[in-house]
Design a protein around this ligand. Structure first.
Ligand code: CLF
Ligand code: SF4
Length: 317
């Protein structure tokens, strides 16, 4: 068992203590998940108890984030990376094996390596797991482009918690973070694509909230692009029905490799703006798409997925 502590994880730091104080106004909407879900617990203690299993089933994406670089390897610790893709049909037996390795697993999450709703692989996997392991919490992470149209099927598959990555609610800002989207058979670039994406994200959050799902919003804090926009994002997603927000510092790479990673002060200010509107989550571990264990504490992914890396035969979108 490998112990890991990653830079995105604030637990025990002054910044986490500040965040704990800031969460004094917690809405109580997360009480049913406290201690059961590492990313939806309103206390650091809850985060430290619950383990999650990520299933890397989603092969492709339908948008082009300028900071995204998906890859297959066993060394990098960041979203968008997995050792291999697995097929939805394999997932119930993988869940069984993961529970033998790590009985603390409460949550089965799908967070890539592509977008979970760009194909139906993630939903097929959740439908199978909901039948084989109904008591595990199912958690889906998406860019939100197709969330509204798929919300009913997501809820019917037993998904309880959703993360939507919303990096802007102003299309002019979103267009600086995302080159284009593919939607209903067309490629839409720049502000035209950003308008569809931002509109669909808010509509999807609203529909998922109406269906009783608990929603977290992840926002990649990108200095010079959306750092003065965090409060507006938080207000808009809270109004639509999101409960908690996770402001993540940019990992400078791909087309945004020239932008410096936000520092402590920038991150604290952004979280302070977000906290005016909804709860905040401060101990994100920026997990791989095949992470297994308690975030930042235990990692069983090599034991579970450590077989040779399959050749990638799909498009990265
Ligand atoms: Fe996984 Fe994400 Fe569900 Fe958590 S991770 S799909 S909500 S079970 Fe959590 Fe990891 Fe941060 Fe994601 S610490 S990267 S926020
Ligand atoms: Fe990458 Fe996710 Fe953006 Fe798709 S939505 S381009 S997988 S960061």
């Amino acid at each position: 068992m490998l112990k890991i502590l990653q830079p995105g994880n604030d637990e025990g730091s002054p910044r986490a203590c500040t965040a704990q104080r800031m969460r004094m106004h917690a809405t109580g909407k997360l009480a049913h998940l406290d201690g059961r879900h590492p990313c939806f617990s309103s206390t650091v203690e809850g985060h430290n108890k619950a383990a999650r299993l990520h299933l890397p089933v989603s092969p492709a994406c339908n948008i082009e984030c300028r900071f995204c670089r998906r890859d297959f390897n066993s060394t990098e610790h960041r979203p968008g990376v997995a050792r291999q893709l697995i097929r939805p049909e394999e997932t119930p037996s993988i869940v069984e094996r993961a529970l033998e390795l790590c009985p603390e697993i409460n949550v089965v999450g799908i967070a890539g390596p592509g977008d979970t709703l760009a194909t139906d692989h993630a939903l097929r996997a959740f439908e199978l797991i909901h039948r084989s392991h109904p008591r595990l919490i199912k958690c889906l992470s998406t860019n939100g482009l197709r969330l509204e149209e798929r919300a009913e099927r997501i809820a019917a598959a037993g998904v309880e918690t959703i993360t939507v990555t919303v990096n802007a609610v102003d299309p002019a800002i979103q267009a600086q973070l995302c080159t284009g989207i593919r939607y209903r058979g067309k490629r839409l670039e720049g502000v035209e694509g950003a308008k569809v994406l931002t509109g669909n994200q808010i509509a999807g959050i609203r529909r998922a909230a109406q269906l009783g799902l608990t929603i977290k919003v992840n926002t990649v804090l990108t200095p010079g692009i959306n750092d003065a926009h965090i409060g507006q994002i938080a207000a808009a997603v809270a109004e639509a029905g999101a409960t908690i927000m996770n402001v993540i510092p940019l990992l400078p790479q791909h087309e945004l490799s020239h932008i410096p990673q936000p520092d402590f002060v920038q991150l604290s200010q952004a979280r302070g703006e977000a906290e005016k509107h909804l709860d905040i989550f401060t101990h994100c571990n920026r997990c791989r798409a095949d992470a297994v264990g308690i975030p930042g504490k235990t990692d069983y992914s090599m034991q579970l997925y450590g077989r040779p890396i399959a050749e990638a035969t799909f498009s990265h979108g």
